[in-house]
Design a protein around this ligand. Structure first.
Ligand SMILES: [Zn+2]
Ligand SMILES: [Zn+2]
Length: 274
């Protein structure tokens, strides 16, 4: 450790007012009694009962040094902190969360400051507790923590209804809620369309959708691989809160239909299309 950090440490230690502060160590990374140190102090006080999950939560908490990192906090949340269960769909539930999420450390009370008491959160079953970092990375919603249903023993992610990138409900959230209502009946195509929808956030241009053939009228042959048709609905241009549906433009527009040659490689075919 260099002398600058050392002198900083001394300065910090000597400026302690609150005796409780002495319980917490100075962080080797940021030279401060940071959030990571506060979290580490309580590592002994909770366990998920699963080593991989404990490690994942601990690693996340140990990476929270700066004020603006607090949004990334994950915590172990006992199941009894939730009430008012509603089933949404296969593997997804809505609950109210008594405590709300951590927003800061409170020096006066020597405890976490929280907001959003009794807020509604979504609980989603973790399909593979060994590979949770991947599941968390793939999740577009902001995540608050992990809990376990004591009856089924399922571990569950605790999610906000807001997108973690936009910190708001964005187009990607709207599309995601509608995933259960359509399928192309081909997994690769479903995944491809879903991925484009999840990448929209504030930009609808990236979205593709599954269009039932019945929404196409007056289909005419052009060449072997191409047809022309009228698209009844037109394309998505915005979300309308009042109707909880998409606003569309260009009803009955003329579109061209081009046969997909290789269903496994649709990304390439879409990239090559001018
Ligand atoms: Zn730190
Ligand atoms: Zn977003």
């Amino acid at each position: 450790m260099d002398s600058f950090t050392n002198s900083n440490k001394k300065l910090f230690n000597s400026s302690h007012i609150n005796a409780n502060e002495e319980l917490y160590e100075i962080c080797e990374i940021c030279s401060y009694t940071c959030y990571a140190k506060r979290f580490q102090h309580y590592f002994e006080n909770w366990t998920s009962g699963n080593n991989d999950i404990d490690k994942f939560i601990q690693d996340t908490q140990s990476s929270i040094h700066k004020f603006y990192d607090i949004d990334k906090t994950l915590e172990w949340i006992p199941y009894e902190r939730f009430y008012n269960i509603k089933h949404i769909e296969e593997g997804r539930y809505k609950f109210n969360w008594v405590d709300g999420n951590i927003i800061d450390w409170d020096n006066k009370t020597q405890s976490w400051k929280r907001k959003g008491q009794n807020m509604s959160v979504e609980l989603k079953i973790l399909s593979n507790p060994i590979n949770i970092s991947l599941e968390f990375m793939d999740e577009i919603n902001k995540t608050y923590g992990i809990t376990q249903n004591p009856i089924t023993n399922n571990y569950m992610m605790v999610l906000s209804n807001k997108c973690k990138e936009c910190n708001d409900i964005c187009y990607a959230n709207r599309f995601q809620l509608n995933f259960k209502n359509w399928t192309s009946e081909n997994n690769d195509i479903d995944k491809f369309i879903r991925d484009t929808q999840l990448s929209t956030h504030a930009d609808l241009k990236k979205a593709l959708e599954w269009i039932p053939y019945s929404k196409l009228n007056d289909i005419r042959y052009i060449t072997v691989n191409r047809d022309r048709a009228n698209w009844v609905d037109g394309n998505i241009i915005d979300w309308v809160d009042e109707t909880k549906g998409w606003k569309r433009g260009g009803q009955n527009m003329i579109v061209e239909l081009k046969k997909l040659n290789d269903l496994k490689n649709i990304t390439l075919e879409f990239m090559d299309e001018v």
